[in-house]
Design a protein around this ligand. Structure first.
Ligand code: CTP
Length: 400
């Protein structure tokens, strides 16, 4: 239920705007109050009269509405809501948001707000796939803006693919999840994830095969329990989850700096596969083949982020969780690793090829803490993440 929740609904200009009329209904059925804002382009698809009649409130359309401007109307409007929902979020609106434009009422409200924002993108498949839109999306995610959809399907323009706006029920479910009170409400957690890339020269780098799947699943599970999540990720192949603050990094050094910038937090989960070494003096020019023989790469040790954070005297998170990928005598190795690193828990898994875990969708983990080793049955990476998030919620709850 959304009783007493105030949603500012910005309706952009797209054929999907008709679904936003239904969305207003569904939100009201759940007890929410909806203040509608209609863009100029939106007015081409739905009329101000139908929007305001359904919302039971006047629809806002103009930035230069002098009466309200005298009272800083747009600032007030953007901050009085509990959530801003943009549906449909067009390519143009997303571009404006990513760039920080404020040249009409909708973009000004979105720039002036300090309230969480949820986008329901809708556009032609090619527009969605265009690098410019994907760049804007990545920027918006990094700014902590959440997205629901778009879905795949037949589109009004006759093409097929991702671009259809999420259905009103889906958007409502996402809004309800946003307001759900979880045991980690008010807790701030950081998650490192993915591989790191260590440059050899401007075009070559050393990397590893981590997909970032387990880290992304842990971040999503913590978000679902109400935590504010800072997701520090190397160049992973799995997309970061919505609704978390994404900090993209490339090298171990950058990851280490991003972790420092995120502190203090209530918990740190170090799921990244950080490269242990970097090339000591990466070349700023591309290395050329030479007659003098093969290049020799000298390595330097990277900062051990988990170990460094675990040993901090100031700002050490109350709960520090590391991961260990082992191929033999898993419990002994992981137990020793927990002590060596100084973290509270180690989530250990057996990644020997026979298990099929590396790169697969399942995981079989052993949670190592000062109480010993607890073997969990083999389950999906999402289920492992949920169980870990619940354990963390219990542990953090017990510390209060
Ligand atoms: N880790 C880190 N910074 C590093 C290296 C590792 O934060 N420079 C973290 C990882 O995110 C993970 C844990 O430490 O939580 C893994 O420890 P690591 O020593 O890298 O384990 P292995 O690679 O399994 O090392 P070993 O060769 O000792 O088995």
């Amino acid at each position: 239920m959304l009783a007493e929740k105030h949603i500012l609904l910005i309706i952009g200009g797209g054929i999907a705007a008709y679904k936003s009329l239904e969305l207003i209904r569904r939100l009201q059925d759940r007890g929410a109050r909806v203040t509608p804002v209609l863009t100029r382009a939106g007015e081409e698809f739905v009329t101000p009269l139908s929007v305001s009649a359904l919302a039971g409130a006047p629809v806002h359309r103009d930035l230069f509405d002098l009466t309200s401007e005298a009272e800083m109307g747009h600032i007030q409007l953007s901050r009085s809501a509990d959530l801003l929902v943009v549906a449909p979020a067009t390519a143009d609106l997303m571009a404006k948001m990513a760039q920080g434009h404020a040249n009409d009422l909708a973009s000004t409200l979105l720039l002036a707000t300090d309230t969480p924002v949820l986008l329901a993108p809708a556009m032609n498949v090619r527009m969605w796939d265009h690098p410019a839109t994907q760049r804007n999306l990545a920027q918006l995610r990094a700014d902590g803006i959440a997205c629901v959809g778009p879905n795949e399907g037949n589109m009004a323009c006759g093409e097929f693919g991702p671009g259809r706006m999420a259905e009103p029920d889906e958007i409502v479910a996402r809004i309800e999840a946003h307001f759900a009170k979880g045991p980690l409400n008010g807790k701030r957690v950081l998650v490192t994830s993915g591989p790191t890339h260590e440059p050899i020269d401007p075009v070559r780098y050393i990397a590893n095969r981590s997909s970032g799947a387990q880290g992304a699943a842990v971040a999503a599970a913590l978000r679902d329990l109400g935590a504010e999540v800072i997701f520090i990720t190397g160049p992973a192949s799995v997309a970061p989850p919505d609704g978390v603050q994404v900090v993209p990094v490339e090298t171990a050094k950058e990851m280490s700096d991003a972790v420092d910038a995120a502190l203090p937090v209530d918990a740190g989960i170090f799921a990244a596969a950080v490269a242990d070494w970097r090339v000591a003096s990466a070349s700023d020019k591309k290395l050329k083949k030479s007659r003098d023989g093969l290049p020799v790469l000298e390595f330097a040790e990277n900062p051990d982020i988990l170990k460094r954070v675990s040993h901090m005297t100031e700002n050490r998170p109350p709960l520090v969780v590391g991961f260990a990928a082992e191929t033999d005598t898993v419990i002994e190795h992981a137990t020793a690793k927990r002590l060596r690193k100084g973290c509270d828990w180690i989530v250990a898994n057996d990644v020997s090829p026979a298990t099929g875990i590396m790169g697969g969708s399942e995981n079989a983990v052993i949670l190592i803490s000062d109480e010993g080793a607890e073997e969990w049955p083999r389950m999906g990476k999402d289920a492992v993440a949920r169980r870990l998030a619940e354990r963390m919620a219990q542990a953090l709850g017990a510390q209060n």
